[in-house]
Design a protein around this ligand. Structure first.
Ligand code: NAG
Ligand code: NAG
Length: 559
C-alpha cells in the first residue's frame, strides 16, 4: 500500500503535520476501486475455478455457537438468555415458537462434537461461550457457575489434546436475560463495562489455552435484527435510532475488551483478539461500473460492514457516507474515543453467509444486485483496510431441513465459496489464513428455527440421542482439508461429478424437477461442475423464507 503514489504524497505531507500518521486513513475508501476493475472473466483459466492448494498451515476449521447447539438451557445452574426468553415467549410472533431447550444437546454431547471435528481432520474449532451459563446473573464480578467453567475447560483441554485450536467467541447473541431486564441490554452504555468484566474473566480463566479470541459475532445483526426490527431476540422494534445506539455500545464494548486483553493478558498469553463482522456483497446491475454506480456499491458495503469495520479497522469513526445520510441520528465518537476504538483488532474476522446476504437487500439502491461473491468482498477488505490478515470466521450456506444427508447443492456451494477464497489468496493477494465451514452440526437457526440446516453433520432432532451423522458436505470438506485445497486430481473431481449426476437422476425419479443451467455449464466449460438448481427448494420455502429462496436461486445464476 505504501507504494501507492497518493499514499506517498499523503505520508510526506502528514509527516510535517501534528497528526500522527495512520496508515488506514490512506486506504479508507479505496475499496471502491474494486468496482472499477473489470469483473474476472470466467472463461479464462483459473478465473471460474482454480486448481491449486492453500498456503501451508492454512487454518481449516468448523464452527458452532452456544445457543444454537448447546441446549441444556437450564441445566447445571445456567441462567436464561434473551434467546431463551424470546423463543419461550410469544414475542417471536408467527414463528412456530420453536425452542432450543435441547437443540443439538452439545452441552452434554460435546465429546461427539470433538469426534466430528476429528472426522473432518480440521485444525481448529470455533465455538462460543454462553455468558448466562457462566454468569446466570450476568455479573462477572461475582462468582462464576463452576459447572460451566468446568464444561468449557474440558472442551478446551480435549481440543488441545486432539491438536485442534480453540477459537473462542465471547458473545454470540445469547445475552443474559437479566441484563436485558435490568439495563435494557445493549441499548445501555453500562453494558460496555459489564462486557469488559465478562471478557476479563474469560481471558483470565481460559486464556492460557486459547490463542484466538473473538469478542462478539456479527454485531450488525444484533443491532438491526435484535433491537431494530425485532426479528431476533430481544425482539425490540426500536427502529434505526435504537439500532444505531446499540451498535455504538457494541463497538465500544468490543474495544474495551480488546484493550483489556492488550493491557493485561497479551504479554503472558500471546493470543490474538478480533470481532466477527458480517457482510453482503453487491454489484452494479448489468453493464460496466461507472463512477456513480461504484459509489452506490461502496455506500452499500459501508452501511453494513463499514458501519462496524470503519471505526475498528479504519480511522476510529463511522464512514462519511453514514454520517452524511444519518446526521444527528448517528451517535458520535469523541476524538479520544476515536483513537481508543481504532485498531482494536489483531486480524479481520469475516462472516459471509445467508444472514448477511439477505439483510444486504435493505442497504442496496436501485440498480444494485446482492451477489454471493466472497472473492470480491475479500478483495474489497484488502483495499479498504490496508491488507489485514483475514479469517473467514463463518463461511457457508443453508439447506432446507428436508434435504437430509445427501446435500449436493451444499457441496456445490462449499466448493464455490472455498474456491473463491483460494482465488482471493492466489490471484488477488488477500491474506486469508483460515476458513471456518459453518456449521459443524445442525442446530437451531435463530428466526428460522429448525426449518433450515447448516450443519456438516446431520442431527435428527426427533431422537433423544441426537446422533451426529456426516452429510455428504462433511465428506467433501474432509477431502478439501486433506488435500489442503483443490489439487488438480481428475479422479476426485470425477467422483463428485458422478455424485451430483446421480443425485439429479434420483431427484427426477422422485418426480422433482431439477435443471442444469446450460449457461453455468458453459462458463465452467462443462468440466468442473454440473450446475444444478433444485426448483423444489423454492416451492417449499414459500411464506417463511421467500427472500432466502430468491437468493438461493440468484446464487445459482450469478456464481
Ligand atoms: C441504564 O441502566 C441504568 C440502571 O438500570 C438505568 O438507570 C438507566 O436509565 C439505563 N439507561 C438507559 C439508556 O437505558
Ligand atoms: C439413537 O437412537 C435411535 C433410536 O432410538 C437408535 O436407532 C440409534 O441406534 C441410537 N444411536 C446411538 C448412537 O445410540
Amino acid at each position: 500500500m505504501l507504494n501507492h503514489p497518493k499514499c506517498h504524497f499523503l505520508l510526506s505531507s502528514l509527516l510535517f503535520s501534528l497528526y500522527s500518521w495512520n496508515k488506514a486513513t490512506c486506504s479508507l475508501g479505496k475499496g471502491r476501486d474494486i468496482w472499477q476493475q473489470p469483473k474476472p472473466d470466467p472463461t479464462l483459466k483459473g478465473q471460474s475455478f482454480l486448481h491449486d492448494t492453500f498456503p501451508l498451515g492454512f487454518l481449516w476449521g468448523s464452527g458452532t455457537s452456544a445457543f444454537q447447539t448447546e441446549g441444556a438451557w437450564n441445566q447445571n445452574g445456567k441462567g436464561a438468555s434473551i434467546w431463551d426468553s424470546f423463543t419461550h415467549s410469544s414475542v417471536s410472533g408467527s414463528l412456530d415458537r420453536e425452542v432450543a431447550n435441547v437443540a443439538s444437546d452439545s452441552y452434554n454431547r460435546w465429546e461427539e462434537d470433538v469426534k466430528a471435528l476429528e472426522y473432518l481432520g480440521v485444525r481448529s474449532y470455533s465455538f462460543s461461550l454462553s455468558w448466562p451459563r457462566l454468569f446466570p446473573d450476568g455479573n462477572a464480578r461475582g462468582q462464576p457457575n463452576t459447572a460451566a467453567v468446568k464444561h468449557y475447560s474440558y472442551l478446551i483441554e480435549r481440543l488441545l489434546e486432539k491438536k485442534i485450536e480453540p477459537i473462542v467467541t465471547l458473545h454470540h447473541w445469547d445475552l443474559p436475560q437479566v441484563l436485558q431486564e435490568d439495563y435494557g441490554g445493549w441499548k445501555n452504555e453500562t453494558m460496555v463495562e459489564l462486557f469488559e468484566e465478562y471478557a476479563t474473566f474469560c481471558f483470565h480463566t481460559f486464556g492460557s489455552r486459547v490463542r484466538y479470541w473473538l469478542t462478539m459475532h456479527n454485531p450488525y445483526l444484533v443491532a438491526v435484527q435484535g433491537y431494530g426490527t425485532g426479528v431476533h431476540a430481544p425482539g425490540e422494534k426500536g427502529g434505526p435510532a435504537t439500532s444505531l445506539t446499540v451498535a455504538h455500545n457494541l463497538i465500544k464494548a468490543h474495544a474495551k475488551a480488546w484493550h483489556a486483553y492488550n493491557a493485561n493478558f497479551r504479554t503472558t498469553q500471546t493470543g490474538k483478539v478480533s470481532i466477527v463482522l458480517g457482510s453482503h456483497w453487491v454489484e452494479p446491475q448489468r453493464g460496466k461500473a461507472i463512477d456513480a454506480s461504484a459509489e452506490l456499491c461502496q455506500e452499500s458495503i459501508e452501511a453494513a460492514l463499514g458501519w462496524f469495520a470503519s471505526p475498528i479497522f479504519g480511522d476510529g469513526d463511522y464512514p462519511v457516507s453514514l454520517k452524511t445520510k444519518l446526521g444527528a441520528l448517528l451517535p458520535a465518537f469523541t476524538p479520544e474515543e476515536k483513537l481508543w476504538v481504532q485498531k482494536t483488532a489483531d486480524f479481520f474476522a469475516l462472516s459471509f453467509g445467508p444472514n448477511n446476504l439477505r439483510l444486504g437487500q435493505s442497504v442496496i439502491s436501485y440498480g444494485q444486485t446482492v451477489t454471493p461473491d466472497l472473492r470480491r468482498l475479500l478483495g474489497w477488505i484488502k483495499l479498504e483496510y490496508g491488507n489485514p490478515s483475514v479469517l473467514v470466521a463463518e463461511g457457508g450456506w443453508f439447506s432446507e431441513a428436508t434435504v437430509g444427508k445427501e446435500d449436493t447443492v451444499g457441496i456445490y456451494l462449499m466448493k464455490s465459496f472455498i474456491n473463491q477464497v483460494l482465488r482471493a489468496i492466489k490471484l488477488d493477494g488477500v491474506r486469508v489464513f483460515g476458513y471456518m465451514a459453518w456449521s459443524l452440526v445442525d442446530g437451531f437457526e435463530w428466526n428460522y428455527g429448525y426449518s433450515i440446516r447448516r450443519g456438516l453433520f446431520y442431527v435428527d432432532f426427533s431422537q433423544q440421542n441426537r446422533t451426529r451423522s456426516p452429510k455428504s458436505t462433511a465428506q467433501y470438506y474432509r477431502e478439501i482439508v486433506n488435500d489442503n485445497g483443490f489439487p488438480s486430481d481428475e479422479t476426485s473431481q470425477e467422483t463428485w461429478q458422478r455424485k451430483s449426476e446421480s443425485w439429479v437422476e434420483q431427484e427426477e425419479k422422485k418426480g422433482r424437477s431439477v435443471f442444469v443451467s446450460t449457461w453455468c455449464k458453459a462458463i465452467t466449460l462443462g468440466k468442473t461442475d454440473s450446475f444444478v438448481c433444485h426448483k423444489k427448494t423454492c416451492g417449499s420455502l414459500t411464506g417463511k423464507g421467500n427472500d432466502l429462496c430468491m437468493l438461493h436461486l440468484c446464487l445459482f445464476l450469478l456464481m
